[in-house]
Design a protein around this ligand. Structure first.
Ligand code: TYD
Length: 135
C-alpha cells in the first residue's frame, strides 16, 4: 500500500477557517503521539527512514514541504502546502521530508508511542525486512 492524501473538513468562516481531524474517522488509526518539525534550515532533509509498525499522518500546518515515499521499488512524491489535507503513510514505507519552505511547520500524528526499535534507518535493510514480511 502506498501513501494517501486525505482531505480534512474545512469550515470556511469570515472570522477565519477551521479544520480538524478525529482518530479512526478522518485517519484510519488511533493517535498515540503527536510531534512537529519546525525551524528547518534551508536544504535540510528530515525523516529518511521507515517504520516497522508506526502509521503516520502528516499535515503542513504552515508553509510547504515534499514527502517522498518509496516502497522499495517505486518512489512517489507529495507536495503538502495546505493545512486542510494531509498524507497518510502506512507502516513499512521509506519516507523522507524535503524542500521545507521558510517557517514551515509539519505536524505528524503517529499510531504508536515513540520507540527507537520501530525505526529502520538503512534502506537496504528496509527492503530485506519488507520482503520478509510480505513473503
Ligand atoms: P527522528 O525521527 O530520527 O528525526 P528525523 O527522522 O525527522 O530526522 O528523531 C530525531 C530525534 O528525536 C531522535 O533522537 C529521536 C527523537 N524523537 C523522540 O524522542 N520522540 C519522537 O516522537 C520523535 C519523532 C523523535
Amino acid at each position: 500500500m502506498s501513501g494517501k492524501l486525505i482531505h480534512l473538513p474545512k469550515l470556511e468562516d469570515p472570522r477565519g477557517n477551521l479544520s480538524f481531524l478525529e482518530e479512526e474517522n478522518h485517519i484510519p488509526f488511533k493517535i498515540k503521539r503527536t510531534y512537529w518539525i519546525y525551524d528547518v534550515p534551508g536544504g535540510e532533509i528530515r525523516g529518511s527512514h521507515a517504520f516497522k509498525e508506526s502509521q503516520e499522518f502528516i499535515i503542513a500546518l504552515s508553509g510547504s514541504f515534499d514527502v517522498i515515499l518509496n516502497d522499495g521499488e517505486n518512489e512517489t512524491q507529495f507536495n503538502l502546502n495546505r493545512s486542510y489535507y494531509g498524507l497518510y503513510i502506512p507502516k513499512l514505507l521509506w519516507r523522507s521530508i524535503e524542500n521545507f519552505s521558510t517557517n514551515s511547520l509539519a505536524l505528524i500524528v503517529s499510531s504508536i508511542p515513540f520507540d527507537q526499535k520501530d525505526y529502520i534507518r538503512d534502506f537496504d535493510e528496509f527492503k530485506i525486512i519488507k520482503n520478509e514480511i510480505e513473503k
